[in-house]
Ligand binder design. Structure first.
Ligand code: 5GP
Length: 255
């Protein structure tokens, strides 16, 4: 990507962010990967390009399904042009199965699981569940709706709206993935406000950096095979190979 006309804004875990002369943002998807609040770091060839393509794939499907997003276009294989938003200071997690920090917090005795839900990785959560974490703190910390309201981060109506959008995003992705034999265990999304005050989907969606994807046929045999960042978190394979396999399984070719 030509960077002469771009102003550097910031770097996230995996993306560098620039502003162009029209005031839009350009995300440069890098090969970086981090886990455990940045304590584990590495780089994988092609990761940036595959992740950018997967985010583009899902943004187009979201728009097609009436989910408003900040996506504009991908000018190069590793970059994405998006609208600049005022980012909501709360990250939103949707869970269909028990995994990750939910299980960790349960095992540490910090939380209880919804009634009737099993206590092993891979136990289904009927109807799914939503969780919120902080966005602009050093560590993503779980927050409840009382704290979100008392900090003025979102109104009650906005929490309802975001919950509904996130549920719809889950349904769209889960349905699309079912025909690829992939289970969407959980995912994280972010939202932002446009200058008109509309809340729309921000950051990235459907990437293996921000979702847990499990191979359906293995899951039926009681085995969890991850095609996402858990491969890196758990040091169980080559991340590029897993991301490439996921991308090859995404069904739509006319996107
Ligand atoms: P957990 O809270 O179980 O670690 O993560 C829940 C879901 O959110 C997983 O799909 C995980 O990949 C995603 N997630 C958690 N933290 C982050 C983050 O900082 N960035 C992104 N993109 N996704 C995250």
């Amino acid at each position: 990507m030509q960077k002469e006309n771009l102003k550097y804004v910031s770097s996230g875990k995996a993306k560098d962010i620039y502003e162009n002369s029209s005031g839009n943002l350009v995300f440069e998807f890098t090969d970086r990967v981090t886990a455990f609040d940045g304590k584990k770091k590495s780089e994988y060839d092609e990761k940036g390009e595959i992740t950018c393509k997967i985010a583009e794939y899902w943004f187009k499907i979201m728009e097609e399904n009436g989910i408003p997003t900040h996506y504009i276009e991908c000018p190069t294989p590793t970059s994405m042009l998006v609208k600049r938003l005022d980012i909501v200071p709360v990250e939103v997690i949707w869970r269909n199965y028990v995994a990750g920090s939910l299980l960790r917090r349960y095992l540490a005795g910090d939380i209880t699981l919804p009634q009737g839900v099993g206590t092993e990785e891979g136990s289904p959560i009927p109807g799914g569940m939503i969780e919120f974490t902080t966005k602009f703190e050093a560590v993503d910390r779980p927050v409840d709706t009382d704290e979100i309201l008392s900090n003025g981060w979102l109104s009650e109506k906005e929490i309802e709206y975001i919950t509904d959008l996130t549920k719809r995003i889950n349904n769209i992705m889960s349905q699309e993935l079912a025909s690829s034999g992939i289970i969407l265990a959980d995912f994280k999304v972010e939202y932002g406000r446009t200058p008109d005050g509309e809340i729309i989907l921000a950051d990235e969606v459907g990437t293996p950096d921000g979702c847990r994807f499990w191979k359906g046929d293995d899951f039926e045999k009681g085995v969890i095979t991850s095609l996402d960042k858990d491969v890196f978190r758990k040091s169980i394979g080559n991340l590029t190979v897993a991301y490439r396999e996921l991308f090859s399984k995404l069904q739509r070719t006319n996107i």
